[in-house]
Structure formats: C-alpha cells, structure tokens
Design a protein around this ligand. Structure first.
Ligand code: AVI
Length: 328
C-alpha cells in the first residue's frame, strides 16, 4: 500500500535510490523472489563485471573483441568513418576503442547507468583519442533516451551507428528485446533523414557445460558479482542480509534457452530491508539474472521484428558468438 511504501522509504537510509528500494521490496515479496539485473552495476559491480570479462571461462568478451578487430574496417566502410557512434551500456568502452580506431572522425555518445564509472571511462578514452568528440549520457538505456544528436540542425543526414556489444541483449526476454531494439531504431533513426545502423553482439546457444562454466568461473569472480547485489542492498538500503548464508548458482534453462543466475539461501534466513522483514527457507533462491542465448536464425527474426534488416553476420571459427551489422 501507499502507506507501507512511505513507511519503507522512511526506514531506508537518507539518499537511497527509491527505484532501487521499490524493486528490491517488490522482488523479495514475490512467491518466486527476483531482483532486476540492472542493480548489479554500482561502482563495485561494474568493476567486478570488468573482472569477469578477463576470467578464462568467460569467452564472450574475448571472442567478440577478436570479431571486432577482424571486421571493424568493413563496418567503417559501410557506415562511413565520420558517423556518430552511440553505445548502449558503455561500461569501460574497451571494445569501442577498436571501432573508433577505424572511424577517426567519429563522434562518440556513450550511455551508461553508472555516472561515476562513465566519467572515468570517458577520461581515459579522451586521453587515448585527444581529438575525439565525446558526449557522455548518464541514463538507463532501457528507458527512452534523449540523445544529443546534431540532426534537425546542421547535422541533418547524419549517419548514426548504434553499438550494443557484449550480448547485453541476452539479459532481456525476447519480448523486451524487441521493444528495446525498436526504441533504439526510433532513437537512432527518428529525426533528420540520416541513416541508422546497429552493430550488435549476441551470444549463441552452445554446450550447456561451457555456458554454465562461463557463469560460474573457478576463481569465483561471478559469485562475487552476484553476491555484491546483497551487499549493495545492505549498504544502500540498510539491509541486514546475512550475505555469507547465500551462495551463487548458475543454471542452464533449456526450455527458455538461457543461463539463470540465482542467490540461494544455504539454510533458513531472516533479514530486514528498510524495516520490512523477510524470510527464506534453505534452498530458496533470489533470481538475479537471465542470459538468453540465440541461434543465427532467431537473431535475424528478433532484429526483423524490431525493424532492423541484417546486413552482415560475422562469427568466430567455433561459432560461439555473433557480431551482426543491421540497418533500419
Ligand atoms: C552484461 N551481460 C551481457 C553479461 C552476460 O553475460 O549476460 C552479464 C554477466 N553476468 C554474469 N556474467 C556476466
């Protein structure tokens, strides 16, 4: 109820994010507990995600980086070396460097939810590309973003290349993916009469054992990443979650073609968040992330449903990962 929400907000520490609090309280009150994966990415979570990309089992980053290195010249040839590159969920912008090297006259618009992380990434990128025009946007790209594009004034006819690497699309359901791809199409191509392209990385269906290993690495970095969500709840929302009573779980859901990450209670636990009491039985989980994996034909259908036509589809020799260039 409204009164309950107000009481919870009052019990949370001053300055806590009301959207985070609402998602956590709602998610923990459901019969099947779940918290949206977007809340992984505070400063520590963003750093841990970067560390995940370096562990031997997590093949997507390495594979996609090699694909970008091999094919960025073809991308630049197709879209032009002076396009505006808009990156959705830019993180450390490592892969972007490969693309920007092939597009020396580009303008770069990174969008990221973590402002602090974005600022650091832009500073280091600017040091490497002193002449690059960087226009950072702190936003949740899942919601419509107002882009500082030149169109409508001198920049009518501008070419915009959306960049969505890392198989982040996989973290959404297929329905939400189509909505997002359509809204990207609107954001990138709505005004001006320019050309809109999308360069997207999508992870492929493969041996479930390899998929599970990629999300449950031997060093335990992914476990720390998952568990950081509980620490973040304790830190920012005044939670009393006994973090050491939880373990990280990664499972392959064949029916939904996705890896699921959960936080499983080792035994019965009781805790509070913003004054609200919760109870979990041993073995009960909080579902924290989905990572959908696709086949090439499914990728084409997903893009087509959102108004994107596939122009090029590159993959590595093992067929582990796809890099797709599409046009609106
Ligand atoms: C950001 N995203 C594409 C990653 C993935 O593979 O789904 C997040 C991740 N979660 C655990 N490991 C990596």
């Amino acid at each position: 109820s409204e009164a309950q929400l107000q009481a919870n907000a009052a019990a949370a520490p001053a300055g806590s994010d009301p959207a985070f609090l609402a998602d956590v309280l709602r998610g923990l009150s459901q019969a099947e507990k779940a918290i949206p994966a977007r809340w992984f990415y505070d400063m520590r979570g963003s750093q841990l995600f970067e560390a995940i990309t370096q562990v031997p089992e997590y093949y997507p980053t390495r594979t996609e980086t090699a694909l970008l290195e091999a094919h960025c010249a073809e991308v630049a040839e197709r879209v032009g070396t002076d396009a505006t590159v808009v990156e959705f969920g830019s993180g450390s912008s490592i892969k972007t460097r490969i693309l920007l090297k092939a597009m020396p006259r580009a303008t770069y618009v990174p969008i990221d939810i973590c402002g602090e992380f974005l600022e650091e990434a832009c500073e280091s990128l600017q040091a490497q590309f002193p002449h690059l025009r960087i226009v950072p946007v702190e936003a949740n790209f899942l919601e419509p973003v107002n882009l500082p594009l030149q169109r409508g004034s001198a920049g009518a006819g501008e070419t915009v290349l959306g960049f969505f690497p890392g198989s982040t699309i996989g973290n959404m359901t297929a329905a939400a993916s189509v909505d997002l791809l359509r809204s990207m199409r609107d954001t990138l191509g709505a005004a001006g009469g320019g050309h809109a392209y999308l360069l997207i990385g999508i992870d492929r269906v493969k041996d479930p054992a390899r998929l599970v290993a990629a999300y449950d690495d031997a060093q335990g970095v992914t476990a720390l990443f998952n568990l950081n969500l509980l620490q973040r709840i304790n830190r920012e929302l005044g939670g009393t979650i006994p973090v050491s009573e939880f373990r990280h779980v990664a499972r392959w859901n064949e029916h939904a073609s996705r890896i699921e990450m959960h936080l499983e209670a080792r035994r019965t636990v009781r805790f509070e968040v913003a004054g609200q009491a919760f109870h979990m039985d041993g073995g009960e989980t909080i579902h924290t992330e989905n990572c959908h994996k696709y086949r090439p034909r499914e990728m084409r259908l997903l893009l087509a449903a959102a108004g994107w036509g596939e122009l090029q589809h590159w993959t590595d020799p093992a067929g582990d990962f796809s890099l797709v260039l599409a046009r609106a």
